[in-house]
Design a binder for this molecule. Structure first.
Ligand SMILES: C[S@@+](CC[C@H](N)C(=O)[O-])C[C@H]1O[C@@H](n2cnc3c(N)ncnc32)[C@H](O)[C@@H]1O
Length: 187
């Protein structure tokens, strides 16, 4: 893994257990224009493998489109990023910022912990920012990824950093209600 191979914004999942969560995280990355999903560990791979031993995403997430975001396995994912990125630990920690008031850095790399544990020391040490989602209990890993990426998108749209496109222009999939001619706007 060479410095520079990592491209922000990116998401890192540390030792996830559940292949469906990895697949759903990949789908969320694609949905929110995050080009790289880095994954450490191999527990999740056991359920990512077909009976014939071929690597295959869980069925519900096998759409080609989602694979435009890269799924990259690495045991040292942060080493792939140069100094221009800001690693953000997404975890319920003692001293952590509330996502509602969080200012997302320009080049974020969001680091999430496993379903059955929390972020290891190397991740906490290397993350300059710590953020928690204001929930009554810990939420599902893929839901946490979606929440953080939505929060980033929402804030960027409100701040005018991203274009608020009409839904038809935003979507890169056929929904059957739009033929590409009329001007569809948010309602
Ligand atoms: C199911 S949680 C891990 C639960 C962990 N065993 C615990 O009880 O603390 C999986 C991951 O989702 C993320 N997560 C879930 N809920 C979160 C929240 N409210 N705030 C921040 N991160 C959260 C974190 O990255 C966490 O490591």
């Amino acid at each position: 893994m060479k410095v520079g191979e990592g491209v922000a914004p990116a998401v890192i999942l540390v030792d996830p257990k559940n292949a469906v969560n990895v697949a759903r995280a990949l789908r969320n990355c694609y949905a929110y224009d995050v080009g790289q999903l880095w994954v450490t560990g191999d527990r999740w791979l056991q359920r990512w493998t077909s009976p014939r031993g071929k690597r295959r995403a869980p069925r519900e997430e096998r759409m080609k489109l989602y694979q435009e975001s890269a799924l990259i396995e690495s045991e040292r994912p942060l080493e792939a990023f140069d100094g221009s990125v800001t690693p953000v630990a997404v975890e319920i920690l003692k001293s952590t910022q509330n996502l509602a008031f969080f200012e997302h850095p320009e080049n974020p790399v969001y680091v999430f912990g496993p379903e059955d544990g929390s972020l290891p020391d190397w991740a906490r040490r290397n993350c300059h920012l710590h953020v928690a989602i204001p929930t009554r209990c810990c939420i599902n890993l893929a839901d946490a990824v979606a929440t953080v990426l939505y929060d980033r998108r929402q804030k960027r749209l409100v701040q005018g950093l991203d274009d608020a496109l009409p839904s038809a222009a935003m979507l890169r999939e056929h929904r059957g209600f739009y033929d590409g001619e009329e001007d569809v706007t948010w309602t």
